[in-house]
Design a protein around this ligand. Structure first.
Ligand code: C5P
Length: 230
């Protein structure tokens, strides 16, 4: 494996904390994922600060709104040239297609990634919000829609990687959070697996947050994750 597929989710509300962690883990990760917690506290300035580390950036805002609002927001996000950014596939085909068209118009290299089912959901909790069928079935349907609309890839849990790969081959990049090497603490994640298994099953990128950022020694934890997939 040449490129390090580990993107660390820097979910913190403080730029100082973020930088402290990044300084320790930078040699052991392939990229940095910044999401809503970081953005709603550190803002654009925070993103610009983290850009200086020269690591590939994944801006994970999981956009979900009417097509016009999503398209305009995506235009702002693309100005930062992230390697990856996310939209909810359940925003529908109009929303997704407008975003794919915008990407083409701007000649952007950013990978547009569709979130299928959050890894904090399981079969019971999706039924609770009126979605029928299993998580696996829904991930497959939403992945098909993402591909149809010209998206570059999808996010799913480690449990669905094989299903997505069997159905779509390498037509979609597969990005996988919910990574836990030890099963004793899953936090709020319901569908988890180890980094090694996720890569074996065919994930292109694995997102690891708290198992690295909340570790006593984040640098050591990141190194162990990296070693575990070599
Ligand atoms: O700390 P942990 O490893 O659980 O972090 C997972 C990260 O992946 C979080 O930043 C979360 O927002 C993100 N994510 C997820 N499930 C998805 C999409 C993204 O957990 N379906």
């Amino acid at each position: 494996m040449t490129k390090n597929p580990i993107y660390c989710a820097i979910d913190t509300s403080s730029i100082d904390d973020a930088e402290k962690i990044i300084n320790q883990i930078a040699p052991h990760i392939g990229g940095i994922k910044l999401g809503l917690e970081f953005f709603t506290s550190c803002g654009i300035k925070g993103i610009e600060q983290i850009e200086r580390y020269d690591l590939p950036l994944f801006l994970d805002f999981k956009l979900y709104d009417i097509p016009n609002t999503v398209k305009k927001s995506l235009q702002n996000i693309l100005s930062y040239n992230p390697t990856y950014t996310t939209l909810h596939v359940s925003g529908g085909s109009n929303m997704l297609k407008e975003c794919v068209d915008l990407k083409k118009e701007l000649n952007s290299n950013t990978n547009l990634i569709g979130v299928t089912m959050l890894t904090s959901f399981d079969d019971d909790s999706i039924n609770e919000i009126g979605i029928s069928g299993t998580v696996n079935e829904n991930v497959k349907n939403l992945s098909a829609l993402a591909l149809d609309c010209g998206m570059d890839g999808i996010v799913c849990s480690p449990m669905e990687i094989r299903n997505v790969r069997e159905t779509f081959g390498s037509k979609l990049k597969v990005i996988v959070p919910g990574i836990r090497n030890q099963t004793k603490n899953n936090d709020d994640q319901k569908r988890t697996l180890s980094a090694k298994k996720a890569i074996e099953f065919g994930a292109d990128i694995i997102v690891v947050g708290r198992p690295i950022t909340s570790a006593e020694e984040p640098g050591k934890a990141a190194e162990i994750f990296h070693q575990s997939i070599k």
